[in-house]
Design a protein. Structure first.
Ligand code: FAD
Ligand code: AMP
Lengths: 318, 248
């Protein structure tokens, strides 16, 4: 029995979510009285996982440079049985959600995504995860010999627990790819909805794309990602990849600020698992006020610039 | 070209989610079921491929006869044939195994599934299916072009897009972007009439064993009342976010 975490990396550095996945894996291993190791491809700083209690990282660089789900899944599926891995921990990133089902099928492993806490029972392994797009939780038993747990973004948090960490270089086995990358486009230097701690989101209440500086300025002060409601992307005010909600991207961040968004059930479903929600809306009857933790009833065109100004001053004070 | 679209049958997005039998069973009373929105984008893309490049479009669903109206709707929208693999869908792994067995006996060039079902949000079936068949898979698919024996599929990544090329057969997990909402087709009278004549086959299941089981449901704890901050006192909001919520 042992726990394995898949530590993701990008541009040869660990991704932020690796810290949370490591913290979860180490905590689970402690409950199981066993060890937790990590596997990583490409991060030059893989040893930093030691900060979160990981003492051994298996590190391979003989895979195609960019993320390659099939190659990674093949490599991990070859590694896991040899190392007696019974629990595999992954994140909820787009890449993890690409990799995990492939890996699950190759290992005939059980897989539960969007898990919000450590298992409530170890045998049979039972986890709590979100379902019905955050309208409910479900307690799922994973019954295979090896099972994969996908930890919801920000659901567990990061636990610092520094140990010595050795990085073992190996050539990953069985690395075969079945897709060729034609191109990749990525907005550089901008926080993404999946990675950001804070998301600032605008709705139809902003009247038009020309007013989006309100959202962008506020996002900049908070180092936040920007998002929008579905009609806003449908009308082409913002690009589709900012659309959040039940049919768009899920948001599970520490702070979600909704501006000029009414709070329709389909919108809320996708953002509800965010820790703290703030709504700014001029209609006190807007349904978002029922879902939010903090609210300001007011005109976005007045409130938002003022809030941005005050936050700038607040941040300047450190 | 033969295209298979995998259809999942889910509660409509406005549904109130409730449970019965001591929170062990989803309460479908009064709930309207629809084609999973992600699959509807895929089905429309398949019909476009049929119209532009020529193709047979089949739909398949693992489930009970309760889902038949959903499959009939797919036929009314333009699919040529529907299959229902006759067993309740228990977990992603068993559904993927049923689908894999089905695909092995009926050859397809392209298999279009959805990014995830909006009920259990597993996002498991398409990737598992591709891995079981040992063919390429592209999830979160927002663009797809097929040319002869290869396909170029675009996937949404955190903060961007990645274009991937692979040989057919391939599985994609589609979503909005594959086509737009305004492109979706509403079945018209003619479509509904034609659907009655189209083949609809119920296929016996393999009866594979599930390796996970949903035991019990739970609704989120009721939310505390929102704290309202006056629009002319935003310092208070910053104070609350900083000191109370600890998020600044
Ligand atoms: C199948 C289906 C799936 C869907 N999926 C999604 C989804 O994934 N994501 C999503 O977001 N929606 C989704 N929707 C749409 C959803 O039902 C709502 O229509 C949508 O969320 C509304 O967007 P909105 O809040 O921006 O606009 P509106 O509902 O028009 O709300 C605008 C809000 O702005 C406020 N406002 C106006 N002026 C100001 C001002 N000056 N200052 C402050 N506030 C102001 C108004 O009071 C109002 O509350 C879906 C719908 C369907 C049918
Ligand atoms: N019971 C099912 N029958 C056929 N296809 C399914 C079924 N369940 C899920 N799928 C397909 O797999 C996709 C992802 O579903 P899921 O893994 O349940 O999130 C759906 O969008 C469908 O295309």
């Amino acid at each position: 029995m042992s726990v394995l975490i898949i530590a993701e990396s990008e541009n040869n550095a660990l991704k932020r979510n690796a810290a949370e996945v490591a913290s979860y894996g180490v905590a689970l291993a402690a409950k199981l009285n066993t060890s937790c190791a990590a596997i990583n491809f490409h991060a030059a700083n893989a040893a930093e996982l030691g900060q979160y209690g990981i003492s051994k990282v298996t590190h391979s660089t003989n895979v195609q440079k960019s993320f390659d789900a099939n190659a990674y899944a093949n490599a991990i599926a070859a590694y896991a049985p040899k190392n007696n891995v019974t629990h595999i921990i992954v994140s909820s990133s787009a890449d993890a959600k690409f990799l995990a089902p492939l890996l699950a099928a190759k290992l005939n492993a059980g897989y539960a995504p969007n898990v919000v806490a450590l298992p409530e029972e170890l045998s049979p392994l039972t986890v709590k995860r979100t379902a019905f797009t955050n309208k409910a939780f479900v307690h799922t038993q994973l019954l295979a010999t090896c099972n994969i747990i996908g930890v919801g973004n920000n659901a567990f948090g990061v636990i610092e627990n520094a140990v010595d960490c050795t990085v073992e270089e190996v050539d990953a086995e069985n690395v075969t790819s079945n897709l060729e990358q034609v191109s990749i486009e990525k907005v550089a230097g901008k926080a993404t909805i999946a990675d950001a701690d804070v998301v600032v989101s605008g709705g139809r209440g902003l009247k038009g794309p020309e007013n989006w500086h309100l959202i962008e300025d506020l996002a900049e002060v908070l180092n936040a990602a920007t998002a929008c409601s579905k009609p806003v992307s449908d009308m082409g005010w913002r690009s589709h990849d900012e659309h959040v909600g039940q049919t768009g991207k899920p948001v599970s961040t520490n702070l979600y600020i909704a501006i000029g968004i009414s709070g329709a059930i389909q919108h809320l479903a996708g953002v509800n698992s965010s820790k703290v929600k703030v709504v700014i809306n001029n209609d006190p009857e807007a349904p978002f006020f029922k879902a939010a933790d903090y609210g300001v009833v007011g005109d976005a065109f007045e409130v938002v610039p003022e809030l941005t100004k005050k936050l700038k001053a607040f941040k300047a004070l450190g | 070209m033969n295209i298979l679209v995998c259809i999942s049958h889910v509660p409509d997005t406005t549904s109130k989610i409730n449970f019965t039998e001591n929170n062990t069973v989803f309460d479908s009373g009064g709930v309207q079921f629809v084609i999973n929105p992600n699959d509807e984008f895929g089905l429309t893309r398949a019909i476009w491929l049929k119209e532009k490049q020529g193709a047979q479009v089949h739909v398949v669903h693992v489930g009970t006869s309760k889902s038949d109206p959903t499959l009939r709707k797919c036929l009314a929208i333009g699919a040529d044939k529907a299959y229902r693999i006759d067993t309740p869908a228990v977990d992603g792994s068993s559904v993927a195994k049923e689908l894999a067995a089905f695909v092995k006996t009926n050859s397809y060039d392209l298999i279009i599934a959805g990014r995830e079902s909006i009920d259990y949000n597993g996002g498991m079936v398409p990737g598992m299916l591709a891995a079981l068949l040992d063919i390429p898979f592209v999830p979160n698919c927002v663009g797809l072009e097929v040319d002869g024996t290869t396909a170029v599929a675009e996937r949404e990544i955190d903060g961007g897009r990645e274009k991937l090329k692979g040989s057919l057969p391939m599985v994609i997990g589609g979503q909005k972007g594959l086509v737009e909402e305004t492109d979706l087709r509403i079945p018209n009278m003619r479509g509904i009439m034609q659907a009655r004549q189209k083949p609809f086959e119920v296929v016996p299941a393999q009866q594979v064993e599930a390796i996970s089981e949903d035991m019990k449901f739970e609704k989120p704890a009721p939310k505390a009342e929102v704290k309202l901050v006056p629009a002319d006192d935003l310092d208070q909001l910053i104070e609350l976010l900083h000191k109370e919520a600890n998020v600044l």
